[in-house]
Design a protein around this ligand. Structure first.
Ligand code: RIB
Length: 343
């Protein structure tokens, strides 16, 4: 006795035609050009479609017509609310033109990213929106050279002719540090992710530029914790590493994203460190939970939904390549809350 579920054959156009006593071409006309079929025949075919519970095969239709209505997107980690909110922006724009979204996470792994890009190409997607998992854009440029439109998301474009939508992360990190310096802090910790990510490189750049601008020597004023990922567990481990060090503790912690800050706050709470009494904490992204925490998180806000929406719009309005390739950079905004003690 097989425990496999019975394979259910989906009714085909031929089944509908036979049952309705018409040709396959007539069924196709009812589906695609109903105005070309008499009311009587159309009603008969539509009744049979209902009786058989026939659903058209979009892939087959797309193959025949050459038009494709799916966009592929590969981001770093859809468990990070930043990418979830951004994906919603993509989805909302695609839905306006009856497009669907195929969404994947690279987990910051170039091989995994390349595998998804190959799958997108094999499936003939309309275009690809990608947050690159590492410094090299070769696999994305190859995709574009194969005729598939590409838009970089949450990543500036290093080459003309390749569209991009990003935020000024150097300026964003500077907003965080200016805020903490303005509160009188002189000793900082920076929990940052892997430097193969452009976001982490730019945020670190913003931290260093701001310290120098205020005459603060990073070698003295800054303790950097290099995390292997930008998520809650990494943020938790980063704080424990920091608190295991000897010597005076930083009075302010800047986390490269809110997901990391969430873990940092959990560790600080378990170590019975008061926020902001003993240490101020600032995150980055301003995801939905930032304002809902027991100690609401000060964060550098990115326009997540707008980022995704803009990237999808570039793709659908064919502004992603050639001299029309758009390269948009949004400005971040500091949202001050209780975690930095200045609300
Ligand atoms: O994925 C890491 C981070 O980069 C996200 O949290 C967001 O800040 C993006 O820019």
């Amino acid at each position: 006795m097989s425990n496999q579920p019975p394979t259910i054959r989906r009714p085909s156009v031929t089944d509908v035609a036979k049952r309705a006593g018409v040709s396959v071409g007539t069924v196709s006309n009812v589906l695609n050009r109903p105005e070309s079929v008499s009311e009587r025949t159309r009603a008969k075919v539509e009744r049979v479609i209902g009786e058989l519970n026939f659903v058209r095969n979009a892939s087959a239709r797309q193959l025949r017509s050459g038009e494709v209505s799916t966009v592929g997107a590969v981001v770093l980690d859809i468990a990070n609310p930043f990418f979830t909110e951004m994906a919603r922006g993509i989805e909302d724009r695609l839905a306006q033109d009856d497009f669907t979204l195929m969404l994947c996470s690279s987990d910051e792994n170039p091989e995994r990213e390349a595998r998804f890009l190959r799958l997108f190409e094999e499936r003939g997607v309309r275009g690809v929106i990608a947050t690159p998992s590492h410094g090299s854009l070769d696999s994305l440029l190859r995709l574009r050279d194969h005729g598939i439109e590409v838009v970089l998301l949450d990543h500036t474009s290093p080459v003309p002719g390749l569209a991009s939508v990003a935020v000024d992360d150097v300026g964003g990190a500077s907003l965080a540090m200016e805020h903490l310096i303005g509160l009188g802090h002189q000793h900082f910790a920076f929990l940052n992710g892997p430097l193969n990510l452009r976001q982490c490189v730019d945020r670190r750049d913003g931290v260093y530029r701001t310290l120098h601008a205020h005459g603060l020597d990073p070698a003295v004023a800054l303790e950097e914790i290099a995390l292997d990922a930008l998520n809650a567990d990494a943020g938790d481990a980063g704080v424990r590493e920091l608190w295991a060090r000897t010597g005076p503790r930083p009075t302010a912690i800047f986390c490269a994203n809110d997901f990391t800050a969430l873990g940092a706050l959990r560790a600080l709470s378990e170590l019975e460190v008061e926020v902001p009494g003993d240490v101020a904490v600032v995150g980055y992204d301003d995801v939905m939970f930032a304002s809902m925490l027991t100690t609401p998180l000060t964060s550098v806000r990115q326009p997540m939904h707008t980022l995704g929406w803009t990237a999808a719009d570039m793709l659908l309005t064919r502004r992603s390549s050639g001299e029309d390739a758009a390269q948009v950079e949004f400005e971040p905004e500091l949202v001050v809350r209780a975690s930095s003690g200045a609300a």
